[in-house]
Design a protein around this ligand. Structure first.
Ligand code: HEC
Ligand code: HEC
Length: 305
């Protein structure tokens, strides 16, 4: 083939590849300048819509994993645990204005979900505190996961009902007399059945720390109070403020028989991976070191090593 012929063939191929790209570009441009009818979805719009849809789906999954136990499966809130967030005033900007927030609604959600509310604004109304979620502040979620949660919550904007989650100060508060105490679930003897098939990367793992190391226990307590006590209870009895809404109930770490049936490697596995289908989230993102410390603190409630 002569050099000229090769160049010609090259040019023809290049032109052929450009045609589909040009078609997409013209479609989108046409849309922007109005020569393509609005009803006809063009390539870029469709792709953007698909992407947004996928992000909302990811957000819905995360919500089902990390948020439903306090805010309810559809964000409707759980009385005395956490407010509704599927709520018109929160999503149309009135709530933001009320608290003096000057940014967007998305920004408010993003900030609240990322940083949590270490100081409860209405402990009289909601017993739980809003945990910290973004890795930036020591939580388990990446920035793209926080974005997906924001997209999922924003997705309720057009349908959110008017719910009065925060009655104005001074209104009489509901009394919070505790109900009858639940009958404790019967404990099965022997090893926890979920511990019989531990994945190989967890089977037999051993603690790098002594179980009576006071500094390790103190570090574990910090993580526990921040991330676990809302469900497992300040004293490890499985009776944290979020526990009422959960079925099955969070584990009671003071129960010696239960702890004897939960070998250390299984406990490490459960904390890392969570328990699918229950309120127990996976905590792998905390890192092995933090997990060992919180594990040792949890075992200190029963003294079972
Ligand atoms: C352990 C219980 C708990 C969990 C789990 C939880 N929250 Fe919260 N959340 C709360 C409480 C309690 C408040 C109210 C905090 C306050 O102001 O005192 C709150 C407040 C909020 C608010 C602000 C509502 C407002 O009107 O100001 C948003 C948004 C929110 N949570 C989103 C989430 C998302 C998203 C998740 C999951 C990643 C989540 N929460 C998980 C307990 C929880
Ligand atoms: C939103 C509620 C919630 C939070 C927060 C939570 N847990 Fe749990 N946890 C549960 C529930 C519910 C169960 C019971 C699961 C079951 O019955 O298998 C559980 C079970 C466990 C178990 C026993 C596992 C088993 O197989 O029975 C361990 C260990 C545990 N959690 C550790 C932790 C640690 C450590 C933290 C904090 C880093 C934590 N949990 C935070 C709800 C929670």
């Amino acid at each position: 083939m002569s050099t000229q012929l090769k160049i010609l063939v090259g040019i023809i191929f290049t032109l052929l590849t450009c045609i589909p790209l040009a078609a997409v570009a013209v479609g989108d441009l046409g849309h922007d300048i109005g020569i393509v009818p609005k009803t006809q979805e063009t390539g870029m719009d469709k792709r953007a819509a698909d992407l947004a849809g996928r992000q909302i789906e990811v957000g819905a999954d995360l919500f089902g994993q990390y948020c439903f136990s306090c805010h309810g499966a559809k964000g409707e809130g759980i009385p005395q645990v956490a407010p509704a967030i599927n709520r018109k005033d929160l999503l149309d900007g009135r709530r933001e204005k009320q608290v003096g927030w000057s940014g967007s609604v998305q920004g408010f959600l993003q900030d609240t979900i990322s940083a949590g509310r270490p100081i409860q604004s209405r402990p009289d109304l909601y017993a739980a505190h809003m945990p910290t979620w973004s890795q930036e502040y020591g939580g388990p979620l990446r920035p793209d996961q926080i974005d997906a949660l924001v997209a999922f919550v924003m997705n309720w904007q057009s349908t959110a009902p008017e719910v009065n989650a925060w009655p104005p100060p001074g209104t009489p508060q509901p009394t919070m007399t505790p109900g009858p105490s639940p009958t404790p679930a019967p404990q099965q003897a022997g090893v926890n059945p979920t511990c019989l098939n531990i994945p190989s990367q967890y089977a037999g793992v051993k603690s790098p720390y002594q179980f009576n190391d006071a500094a390790v226990i103190a570090a574990g307590k910090q993580t526990y109070d921040d991330k676990c006590s809302a469900c497992h209870g300040a004293q490890g009895q499985g009776d944290g403020p979020a526990a009422a809404a959960l079925n099955p109930k969070p584990a009671n770490f003071t129960d010696k028989a239960f702890m004897q049936g939960l070998p250390v490697d299984c406990q490490f596995y459960r904390i890392s991976e969570g328990v699918t289908g229950t309120g127990m989230p996976p905590w792998k993102a905390l890192g092995a070191d933090t997990i060992w410390k919180v594990l040792i603190y949890e075992r200190s409630f029963s003294g079972v090593q």
